[in-house]
Ligand binder design. Structure first.
Ligand code: GRF
Length: 203
């Protein structure tokens, strides 16, 4: 399925998705990388991998809806069927999310529903949790609250800093996101209310 990755920053998860999708048996094709920031490092990395890129600069649009309409036009022009948020730092309106219902996923650096929002590694250390990790989920209007598709956990070590813990989580993100996208693209991650059933998927 033709998939777009939406980015704002360095794009290490985007690279992981591009790498995974090189396998001919992978059920998604990365057909577009779209950034809201013209200077995002992810754009160079995508171009180097031969993936089409485009910039829809939120600052060049008068409001959230105009910005999203411009994104929607790019996605439609390129026949995009699935959208992955990968470090995309704009909040999407309920209208845009509804247009992509069941076809819009995100990766978040915590074991949801713990630590929605920002600074997740710092907050995990503050709370003293022994397990931390990342979550691939469908996007719903409430931030970081959508049905959970896949999770990966790491231990929290006594001498961890937010950076060391974040690096450990990021390593898992790079394996988990390709798995989560594959489940969705192959039609195995079926939404049932606020849960996901992994139908026909091998564990
Ligand atoms: C990742 O930690 C991801 O979980 C979060 O934003 C970060 C993006 O990093 N949503 P990268 O741009 O993929 O390297």
């Amino acid at each position: 399925r033709r998939t777009a990755v939406l980015v704002s920053g360095r794009g290490s998860n985007m690279v992981a998705l591009i790498e995974a999708a090189k396998d001919p048996s992978y059920p998604a094709e990365i057909a577009l990388v779209l950034s809201n920031r013209p200077g995002a490092g992810a754009l160079d990395r995508a171009a180097a991998a031969g993936i089409p890129t485009c910039v829809v600069d939120h600052k060049a649009h008068p409001g959230r809806e105009a910005f999203e309409d411009a994104m929607q036009a790019e996605l439609e022009a390129r026949g995009i069927e699935l959208v992955c948020l990968a470090g995309f730092m704009r909040i999407l309106t309920p209208g845009f999310i509804a247009r992509w219902e069941d076809r819009l996923i995100n990766i978040h650096p915590s074991l949801l529903p713990s630590f929605r929002g920002l600074h997740t590694h710092e907050r995990a250390l503050q709370e003293g949790v022994r397990l931390h990790g990342c979550t691939v989920h469908y996007v719903v209007p409430e931030l970081d609250a959508g049905p959970i598709i896949a999770q990966g956990a790491v231990p929290v070590l006594d001498d961890d800093t937010p950076d060391s813990l974040g690096a450990r989580v990021l390593g898992v993100e790079h394996r988990l996101y390709p798995l989560g996208l594959a489940l969705v693209a192959a039609g195995h991650a079926k939404r049932v209310g606020n849960r996901v059933h992994l139908e026909g998927a091998r564990p």
